[in-house]
Design a protein around this ligand. Structure first.
Ligand SMILES: O=C(O)C1=C[C@@H](OP(=O)(O)O)[C@@H](O)[C@H](O)C1
Ligand SMILES: C=C(OP(=O)(O)O)C(=O)O
Length: 416
């Protein structure tokens, strides 16, 4: 049996940084994620004048001094790099302050939409100007506090718009009442609400309406759980190789919906134990074809696609349109890469079907998408000759991925 301790959750770290910055007092973050996305988030806060005391080694605690009155800097230029959480959460934080702030990003993130968030902030009276394409970065926020009130939001492309507004709610004068349509990635909203509670705010939910009271946040000591999307590569590898892996820190009380990926592995034939504070997956040699909706856990869609050829029947993944607007068009990237490996697939607007087969070695086109690189590293455990055209793109969420993965599973097939 192998136990692998994994870095902190990107989503939890990003929210914790926002909440700590906005809170009254000093927050200690235990084991936050140290990766490109969270580095960009912390750097954004620093440029806004927040004090973020962070170590430069994984696993070290960070201390953030909150500023309930908003950013100290009256002007700042924030580079979000590839991190959508940075681009979507921080405009809400600055909106509640007073000043002029500019947000820009990599070409990859400039292409990803944030129109519904821009519209919502404007409805709240915040001046938001998109410098190039409407609803895209780069954008400028001219902030003078937010009164609050009622909002309608289309969250069918991303739940991050709703998270941004929920996080902003307590920083407004009157609070927010947000009614959403088409919400995707629901578990991420549940993470937001649970973490806001840890920082002293209770969000009420009435069907599709979320009610956020005003009053600000309270600093706390916050432990960041390991990243469940990252864990999916280790769980999938166990299911694929017939070995066993345990990830401590992710048990039945975990906040992240992506841990539900193990339910799919169980349905496919793996033995899964979600314990009090750890999850274990053991491969049994059986991998059955399945039809699954992954609307709630779509970051793990490429993980499933990468092991799907080894199943004894087709694997059909449904309701994942929004994976087309992530770091890459993931439906297209998965189909293309499986095709390179000689595997037959079919895709539609929001689905992907993968037929059983024996993959042959080929170069994987990562498209600068960390999840392509990590997912097809799992396929490589049983496929000699797989190479990645951009192994370093894993730095977005797990810079040390290749070393840790090889330590647990050994080198890719055919290279030992
Ligand atoms: O709120 C978050 O931390 C995230 C929400 C999800 O995005 P969408 O809501 O855009 O699906 C997920 O894909 C992303 O990696 C992180
Ligand atoms: C989609 C992802 O990231 P984000 O939207 O936060 O950039 C991801 O990590 O798979």
């Amino acid at each position: 049996m192998t136990t692998v301790s994994l870095p902190g959750s990107k989503s939890v770290t990003a929210r914790a940084l926002f909440l700590a910055a906005a809170a009254d007092g000093v927050t200690t973050l235990r084991r936050p994620l140290l990766a490109d996305d969270t580095d960009a988030f912390a750097e954004g806060l620093e440029r806004l004048g927040y004090l973020v005391e962070r170590g430069d080694r994984d696993g070290e605690d960070w201390r953030i001094t909150g500023r309930p009155a908003g950013p100290a800097a009256e002007r700042a230029d924030i580079m979000c790099r590839d991190g959508a959480t940075v681009a979507r959460f921080l405009p809400g934080l600055v909106a509640a302050g007073r000043g002029e702030y500019r947000f820009d990003a990599s070409d990859q993130l400039r292409r990803r939409p944030l129109g519904p968030l821009v519209t919502a902030l404007r409805e709240l009276g915040v001046r938001v100007e998109c410098e190039e394409a409407e609803g895209h970065l780069p954008l400028r926020v001219v902030a003078d506090g937010v009164k609050g009130g009622e909002l309608e939001l289309d969250a069918g492309l991303s739940s991050q718009y709703l998270t941004a507004l929920l996080l902003l709610g307590p920083l407004t004068e009157e609070g927010l009442r947000i009614t959403v349509t088409g919400l995707v990635s629901v578990p991420y909203v549940e993470i937001t609400i649970a973490m806001m509670r840890s920082f002293g705010v209770d969000v009420e939910r009435e069907g599709d309406t979320f009610v956020v009271p005003p009053g600000g946040y309270r600093a706390t000591d916050y432990p960041v759980e390991p990243d469940a999307s990252t864990a999916s590569y280790f769980f999938a590898a166990a299911a694929l190789t017939g070995r066993e892996v345990t990830v401590p820190g992710l048990g039945r009380h975990a906040l992240q919906g992506d841990l539900r990926f193990v339910d799919i592995l169980r349905e496919m034939g793996a033995e899964v134990t979600v314990g009090e504070d750890a999850t274990t997956v053991r491969g049994t040699g059986t991998l059955r074809g399945v039809t699954v909706t992954m609307r709630d856990i779509s970051d793990t869609m490429p993980t499933l696609a990468a092991i799907a050829p080894f199943a004894d029947g087709p694997v059909r993944i449904e309701d994942v349109y929004n994976t087309r607007i992530k770091e890459s068009d993931r439906l297209d990237a998965c189909a293309d890469n499986l095709g390179r490996l000689g595997i037959r697939t079919a895709t539609g607007r929001d689905w992907l079907e993968i037929h059983p087969g024996t993959p042959v070695g080929a170069e994987i086109g990562c498209r600068r998408d960390h999840r392509m690189a990590m997912s097809f590293s799992v396929t490589a455990l049983r496929t000699p000759g797989i190479t990645l055209d951009d192994p370093d793109c894993v730095k977005k969420t797990f810079p040390d991925f290749h070393r840790v993965f090889a330590e647990v599973w050994g080198p890719p097939a055919g290279t030992a």
